[in-house]
Write a new protein. Structure first.
Length: 320
């Protein structure tokens, strides 16, 4: 998409460390304390403009909506990425936290919802203000643990994302993804976080953060009490059911619903990890987050298998 919807306004706001983030705002003319405001968290190295049509769709159905780029990406990119150190921790505890503070200030009293793609769902748990979130929808949300990749593609994906990507990053000082047609150019800290090899991300942080800071971040996941709907698709090579469940386990005080979909059940041939937010799904797949963000429930025909994870309970109740 070459530009954001003409109904949106460009915005800028600063994170707690002073870094200025930029994005777009879809806002209704008259305030309404009952109207939710939705923050859209992008996938790794995907520009916020990619979600403009989905944001406009939500706005047309009664929401205020904020999209923004993490530091180092898109509208929030510095003059040079060479040596720029931002990683996932910064994107969560600084950038997403800044977005939460922005909507809390500019939409006082309105419920705060989040629609998150891929790593954007992981970042939800890193923000100090995660307790302010009322409802979360995630699509393919996980944190790139390589053993969770779909089995028959795992070897090729490991070479691409965990060998070739860090090698190029070491050479250039950042990952030159746009030259390859692989996402956007990406800060080297993000590549470091993506290529970590431990299934528990707090173990990967041991080399970056002292134990007390790691505990604080984990407590933020538990502080998020808003209901969560996590959607996965059977043809998503990143967001496999094991990857989705691995992340959901950290939001232990959220009432979590995992909906696993097969594209053909929704009348689609293929969706994968990235295509869910294409506008051709407005009358099919997009009805799922619309129903969830509006009412906290699924449409009458959710197209897939559902599992409910209750707060503080490890057993899973499955329904079909």
């Amino acid at each position: 998409m070459s530009q954001a919807s003409p109904t949106s306004l460009p915005i800028a706001f600063a994170a707690n460390d002073g870094y200025v983030l930029k994005g777009f705002l879809w806002r209704h003319a008259h305030p309404d304390a009952a109207r939710p405001v939705v923050i859209i968290n992008a996938a790794t190295s995907v520009r916020c403009r990619y979600y403009a049509r989905f944001a406009a769709f939500l706005h047309a159905h009664g929401f205020d909506v904020l999209t923004y780029d993490y530091r180092g990406i898109g509208e929030s990119r510095p003059a040079s990425l060479r040596g720029f150190e931002a990683g996932w921790i910064d994107w969560g505890r600084l950038d997403f936290e800044a977005a939460l503070q922005y909507v809390s200030t500019h939409f006082p009293g309105q419920p705060i919802h989040v629609a998150a793609h891929s790593v954007g769902g992981f970042l939800v748990g890193l923000a100090a203000s995660s307790h302010r979130i009322s409802r979360v929808f995630t699509m393919g949300a996980q944190y790139a643990y390589w053993r969770d990749y779909v089995g028959h593609k795992r070897g090729r994906m490991f070479l691409r994302w965990h060998v070739f990507m860090p090698a190029l990053t070491a050479l250039f000082g950042y990952f030159p993804g746009s030259r390859l047609g692989w996402l956007e150019d990406t800060p080297r800290g993000v590549v470091r976080d993506w290529t970590a090899r431990h299934p528990r991300f707090e173990e990967n942080w041991a080399r970056l953060l002292p134990a007390a800071e790691r505990r604080t971040l984990l407590e933020r996941f538990a502080a998020m009490h808003g209901d969560t709907l996590a959607v996965s698709l059977s043809d998503d090579e990143f967001g496999t059911p094991s990857a989705i469940r691995r992340l959901l386990g950290y939001f232990r005080h959220s009432r979590r619903t995992h909906l696993h979909l097969r594209p053909e059940a929704a009348g689609e041939q293929q969706v994968g990890h990235f295509a869910f937010f294409h506008s051709r799904f407005e009358h099919s797949l997009w009805q799922i987050p619309l129903a969830w963000l509006r009412h906290g429930r699924l449409p009458a025909q959710p197209f897939g298998e559902m599992a409910l994870l209750r707060p503080e309970i490890s057993a899973v109740e499955t329904n079909q």
